[in-house]
Design a protein around this ligand. Structure first.
Ligand code: C5P
Length: 236
């Protein structure tokens, strides 16, 4: 039997950057490594939760051995897994592409040879669904107390020159997305993406207080995020 503050709770963590198909061999992607999501999944397992990791990137063996791993590629595939699960705690650590090619070519797009035609294809983009916002709406549409007890955590990768900027945008994003907690990271210039250390600001919807963690290993930030989510369960 698992023990700990999240024993008996289901936790779903998304990780990595989504891949949006251009054709069978190419995709639009981003620089997310998945490390933050892996660390969150491990931290939730440490607290006794039953964890599902919905990820585009392969987790290390020490994480994979302790959680259910569901590999996905696109935002739409990730959305399906998230919305069908309705976990007690949802942590959207994945970098979900805001846009995808309007259609994926069914065969590899080729360049022309020797025709004098050196034109290039135009890729039209369309908006992807906002998984986090939809998960919040799905929860809030359910009047039963089970659904209201669910906790949803979003992430924000903000590029800002000053912390004030980052926090300002993060507070606005927390309100806009309607989640309970927002974890704001500063990104850009090799900061955060792919790194083992980062600085995170933890904002919660029911308080103006901000907890800043780091610069610290992602495992440390992950533990702080999961502790905060666990404390919301115990106080509600
Ligand atoms: O709006 P922005 O992309 O900055 O929000 C980031 C948060 O929203 C992250 O938690 C990310 O996983 C989530 N997100 C999402 N679906 C999208 C875009 C972002 O769930 N299409």
């Amino acid at each position: 039997r698992e023990q700990g503050p999240l024993a008996g709770r289901t936790v779903l963590v998304t990780a990595g950057g989504t891949r949006e198909a251009i054709d069978p061999v190419r995709y639009l992607g981003n620089r997310s490594s998945g490390k933050m999501g892996f660390a969150i999944a491990a931290a939730a397992a440490d607290l006794g939760a039953k964890v599902t990791l919905v990820t585009t990137a392969t987790p290390p063996a020490d994480v994979a051995s302790r959680v259910d791993v569901v590999m996905v590629e696109s935002a739409r595939a990730m959305r399906e897994k998230v919305l069908e699960a309705e976990p007690d705690l949802l942590v959207m650590a994945a970098a979900v592409a805001d846009f995808r090619p309007s259609e994926a070519a069914t065969s590899k797009i080729k360049k022309t040879h020797g025709t004098g035609d050196d034109s290039a294809p135009v890729i039209t983009l369309v908006r992807n669904p906002d998984i986090l916002a939809e998960a919040v709406a799905q929860r809030d549409a359910k009047a039963d107390s089970e659904a209201r007890r669910r906790v949803i955590v979003g992430f924000a990768a903000e590029t800002g020159d000053a912390d004030g900027d980052v926090l300002f945008h993060a507070r606005a994003k927390l309100a806009r997305k309607g989640c309970d907690v927002l974890v704001a990271n500063e990104v850009g210039d090799g900061v955060t993406f792919g790194q083992d250390e980062s600085t995170a600001h933890l904002l919660r919807a029911d308080s103006d207080e901000v907890v800043t963690v780091g610069p610290a290993p992602k495992s440390h930030i992950a533990a702080a995020v999961v502790d905060l989510a666990a404390s919301i369960f115990t106080t509600q």
